[in-house]
Design a protein around this ligand. Sequence first.
Ligand code: BGC
Length: 700
Amino acid sequence: MKKVVLWCGAVFCAAFIGAVIYAGESHEYTPALEKRVQDTLSQMTLNEKLAQTAGKEPVWKLLRGLTNNGDETWDGPGIKRLGVPQFFMIDGPRGVGLAKTTAFTVGMSRGASWDKDLEYRIGEAMGYEARALGANVLLAPCINILRHPSWGRAQETYGEDPYHLGVMGSAFVVGVQQHVMACAKHYAANNTEGNRFTVDVKMDERTLREIYTPHFKMTVDAGVASIMSAYNYFDGDKAGQNHHLITDVLKNDFGFKGFVVSDWVNATNNTIKAANGGMDVEMPSGAHLGMSLKRAIKSGKVPMSRLDDMVARILREKFRFITPDFQAGYDKGKVAGTEHTALAREAAQKGTVLLKNDNNALPIDKSRVKTIAVFGKLASAKNIGDRGSSDVHSPYIVTPLQGISDKVGKDVMVVYNQGLNPGEAKDAAKNADAAIIVVGMTYKDEGEGGYGLGDRLELGLHKDEVQLIKDVCSVNSRCIVIMEGGAAITVSEWKDLPEAMLMAWYPGMEGGNALADIIFGDVNPSGKLPVTFHKNADQLPHFGNKDKVLKTDYYHGYRLFDKKGLDPEYPFGFGLSYTTYKYSGLKLDKKSVGKSGKVIAGVDVANTGKVAGEEVVELYVGYKGSKVDRPVKELKGFTKVALKPGETKTVSLEVKPENLAYWDVDKNGWVIEEIEYVVYAGPCSSAKDLLSDSFKVSGL
Ligand code: BGC
C-alpha cells in the first residue's frame, strides 16, 4: 500500500503564492514596489489621479459590448510621463473574450472536476492568451455562490459551497496571475439576473461572513489583484458603494491590497458614496468616478486621502503586473493552439459527471457495436454556453455528434436523428446497438441578464426532450442521456428510463471529443457534482429574481438538504466512475488539539474495480454540542487521487480549528468553540457513504 500526503485549502494557496514567478517576474508586494507607488503618486496632478479611477470607453463602445461582446479590451488611461501603464481588461470565466481564443468548459464544469491543479493550469493558459493578445486584466473568476439553480449565470461559477469555490477560484487566480491580473467577481451576493440592478439583498452578518464571502477571502489570500463589485444592492446600498462590504470586510478584515472595480455601467449611482464606500475604479467609464469625482474632492466630501488610496491601489497592481515590454516573448500562436485545446479537452473530460450507469451501459466497446444512434438537437449544436459577457469566440467547436463520429471511424455506423418526429426517432433507435440522446439548456434558456432570457424559467428539460427520452428508451435498452446546462436539472420524471446519464455542463470547444473519450472508455469519468441535484423545486430556497428585497437565509444547497432532512436526487459531491472505490480506515493523527493547531485525517481509498481512475476524496466536519445552530456538516477539505486497479492509497487531509469557527454576531468576530468536531470522509456528501471519527478542540 502506498502512502501519499495530499494537502489542500489554504496551505496549497500559500504554496502557490510563493511560486508566483513567471519568466523571472515577481508579483510580490515588496517595499520597493511600495516606494515606486508612493513616488509616482507624489508626482501626479489632481487630474491625473482622477483619470486613473475610471475607464475611458466612449458610449458607443458600451453598446458594442452589449450587442456582441466586442472582441476588444475595455481600457483605462495610463500616464506616459510617469510610466504608468494603461488597463486593458477582458472577460472572462470560460476563456479570453478576444477573437479566436480557447473556449474552455464553463466554471461549473471545472468546479465538477474538483481538481485545483487542473484549474490552476486553465487559469495559467487563459492568462497567457490574454497577455499574448494584449490584455492585462482578466475579468475572472466568477465565484458567486450558487444558491438556486435558476440563476442565469450559474454556469460561470464553480458551485454552491464557499470552501470549494475558494479553493477552485484561488487556484485559477494564481494560474492567471502568472501572466496578468485576475479579477474575482461579483462581490457580493449576486445570485439573480432578473433584478440584478435593483434587488436589495439582505442577510444577517453571520450568513455574510460564513457563506457569501469566505471564498473571496481565499482569493485575497491567494494574492488576487482586483475584485469586481456586484450590481445588486446589499443591505440598502449598491454593493459597489457599500462601505461595510468593501471597506470593513474586504479591505480591513480580509486585508485586500488590490483595487475594487465596479461591474460595468450600473454598479454605482452616487459619487460620494462610491468613493467613500471603497470603490477604486469605475468601468467602463467615469459616470461617478474619474473626472466626475473632481467636485467631491474639491468640496472635501471625498477626502484627498481616499483618492490617494484609490490611486495607490491601482498603481500597486499595475506595477506588480505590467512590465514595459509586456508582450515580449508571448507567442500568439499558442492562443487556441494544440497545447491549450488539449487542456480544454482534458478539462471537459474531468468535469463530466457520470450520474447513472446501470448494467455497465457505459463505456461502449466500439469493436462490439455496429450502429449507434444519436438523438437531440443539441447533439449537433455548438452549445458552449451563455452569449453574455462570458462568451468566447473559439476558432472551432466540436459537437457531441462530431466527437462520436470521429471516434468510431468507419467501422461503426452513426445515425443522427434530431428527434423532431417521434416515429422516425423510434425507428432509428430500434435498429441501433446503443442510443445516445443529447438534451439540456442553451444560451436561450439561461445566461447573463440583458443578453437573452437571463434566469431559467424551467428547472426541467424541455417537454419535447423528455418525450424524446421516453420514445427512444422505450425501444432501445442501451439508452444513454447526456445533459448540457449550467446547473442542476430536474430529472425525476424520466431518470429511470435510460441506463446511463452524463452531466456534461457546457463542455467547451473540445466538448464533443471529451464526451466521446468518456463514452467509448478512453477516459474514465471522475467529475462530481459541485451542486446538489434536487428532486423537485419545493426542496429549493426561494429564488427571488423579481423581488425588490431578497432576504437570503443562511441555508441553501447541501446545508439546507441536511438541515431539513431532505432527500436529494443526487447529493452534492456525487459522481460515479467506470471502476469502484472502497473507503476504509479513517484515522485522525490526534484526538485533541489546541485552537491554533491542526489535525491530519488519513483515509484509505482502494480501487476495487478493473480500470484505473481518479477519485475525488471529500472531507466534511460536523459540530457536536455547539451552542449555536450549525450545519449538520460542511465541506472542509478535498483532493483528487489517481488509483490503478487493485491499488490503495492513504489520502491525508488537513483540518484546522481556525477554519471551523462560526461568526459571533454579538462579539463581531470569529469564535472557535471548545467542542467535539466530527470528521467525515468519503466519496460524496451523502451520510450513508461517509466514514467518521472525531476530535476535540480545547485551549489555545
Ligand atoms: C458583467 C461582468 C463583466 C462585465 C464586462 C458585466 O455585465 O456582469 O461579469 O465582467 O460586464 O464585460
